[in-house]
Design a protein around this ligand. Structure first.
Ligand code: FMN
Length: 321
C-alpha cells in the first residue's frame, strides 16, 4: 500500500489510544510487528496555545511509520495545529480524529461530532492538506448513531477533499466501544474509494485479523484494545495474514522482559513517577490470563519506583508460569 510517497507492506496499525499509546508502548509494538503507529489525539487548539502537556504527547515512535493525530473543528486552527504537530514530532503523516465519541469532544463538534457536519469536516481536510507536506489521513466511525449512518457519503467526501487514507472503526458514536463492529460497512467503504482504507474494530487475534482483512478487502488493519499487555498480537496477525503458522506466545519470563523494557522507555520519556503510574496499568495487562497473578496485581497497583518494578518482575518470573 502507498501512503503518499511511503510504501507500507501490509499495514498492521496500532490504534491511537489516549492514556495508553505513549511513545514507550508504541515503540515496543513497533519492535514486535506494528509497522504503523499513531500518537494519541492532541487538541489542535491546545497546540496553537502552546500547551506543553499536549506537545509532550507527540513523540514519534522509534521504528516504523508514525502518524501524529490531532482533533478540533476549526479549519484554520486545525491547519496551524497540524503544522505544529508535525514540527514537534517529525511524524510521517498527519491523522485527523473524526471518531472520538466522548461527550466532551463529540458534543462540541470535534472527533465524531464532525461526522454530523461533513462540509466542515471536508474544509478541515482541505485546509490541513494545504498546510502540510505529508499525507493527511482521517479516522472516523460509521456515523453518529444507528439512525444516521453516513460513513459512505462521508468518506467519499473526505477522499474528494484530499484525504490520503481513511481508517473506519465499524461502530457508531452512540455505541462507544460496545456491541459488535460492522465490518460489512467497511467493505462498502473500501469498494467505493480509491485511497487506502484501514479496517478497525474487534480485531482480537491473528485469526480475526485475517478474517477482517479478507471480509473487508481493506488495505490494512488497525488493532486497539487487544494490544493492551499483548504487543505480540501484531506478529500473530502478520503470520495469520500470510497464511503461516501463528507463532507461540513467548514464555512469561520473556513477556515480562518486554514489559520491563517498556517501563524503562517510559522512565526515559516521563521520569520515574509517571513511568510507575503508567506501569500500574500496563503491568496488570501483561499479567492478564496468568494463573495466580492476582497477588502481584495488588503489588502492581502500588508501584512507586523503578526498583519496585524490577522486584515485582523478578518475583513474578520466579513464582508464576
Ligand atoms: C482507552 C482508549 C483510548 C482511545 N483513544 C483514541 C484516540 O486518542 N484517538 C483515536 O482515534 N481513537 C482512540 N480510541 C479508539 C481506538 O483507536 C480504536 O478505534 C477502538 O478502540 C476500536 O478498535 P478495537 O476494537 O481494536 O479496540 C481509543 C480507544 C480506547 C479504548
Amino acid at each position: 500500500m502507498r501512503l503518499g510517497k511511503i510504501e507500507i507492506d501490509s499495514p498492521l496499525i496500532l490504534g491511537p489510544m489516549a492514556g495508553v499509546t505513549d511513545q514507550a508502548f508504541r515503540t515496543v509494538c513497533a519492535e514486535l510487528g506494528a509497522n504503523v503507529t499513531v500518537t494519541e489525539m492532541v487538541s489542535s487548539r491546545a497546540l496553537v496555545y502552546q500547551d506543553k502537556k499536549s506537545a509532550a504527547l507527540l513523540k514519534k515512535t522509534e521504528g516504523g511509520v508514525c502518524g501524529a493525530q490531532i482533533f478540533g473543528n476549526d479549519p484554520e486552527i486545525m491547519a496551524r495545529g497540524a503544522e505544529l504537530a508535525l514540527g514537534i514530532s517529525g511524524c510521517d503523516f498527519l491523522d485527523i480524529n473524526m471518531g472520538c465519541p466522548m461527550p466532551k469532544i463529540a458534543n462540541s463538534g470535534d472527533g465524531c461530532g464532525l461526522m454530523r457536519t461533513p462540509e466542515l469536516a471536508g474544509q478541515i481536510v482541505s485546509a490541513v492538506k494545504k498546510a502540510v507536506n505529508v499525507p493527511v489521513t482521517v479516522k472516523c466511525r460509521l456515523g453518529w448513531d444507528k439512525g444516521s449512518i453516513n460513513v459512505l457519503d462521508f468518506t467519499k467526501r473526505m477522499e474528494d477533499c484530499g484525504a490520503d487514507m481513511i481508517t473506519v472503526h465499524g461502530r457508531t458514536r452512540a455505541m462507544l466501544y460496545s456491541g459488535v463492529a460492522d465490518w460489512d460497512m467497511i467493505t462498502k467503504v473500501k469498494q467505493q474509494l480509491t485511497i487506502p482504507v484501514i479496517a478497525n474494530g474487534d480485531i482480537v487475534s491473528g485469526e480475526t485479523a485475517m478474517k477482517c482483512l479478507k471480509r473487508t478487502g481493506a488495505d490494512g488493519i488497525m488493532i486497539g484494545r487487544a494490544s493492551f499487555g499483548d504487543p505480540w498480537i501484531f506478529a500473530e496477525a502478520k503470520a495469520a495474514i500470510a497464511g503461516e503458522p501463528i507463532p507461540e506466545r513467548p514464555a512469561l519470563k520473556d513477556r515480562i522482559a518486554v514489559a520491563v523494557r517498556q517501563f524503562e522507555l517510559s522512565e526515559q520519556d516521563h521520569g520515574e513517577h509517571i513511568a510507575c503510574l503508567e506501569a500500574r496499568k500496563h503491568f496488570a495487562w501483561y499479567l492478564r490470563g496468568v494463573a495466580h497473578s492476582s497477588y502481584y496485581k495488588n503489588q502492581i497497583s502500588s508501584l512507586n519506583t523503578m526498583e519496585d518494578i524490577y522486584r515485582v518482575a523478578k518475583d513474578v518470573v520466579r513464582d508464576l508460569k
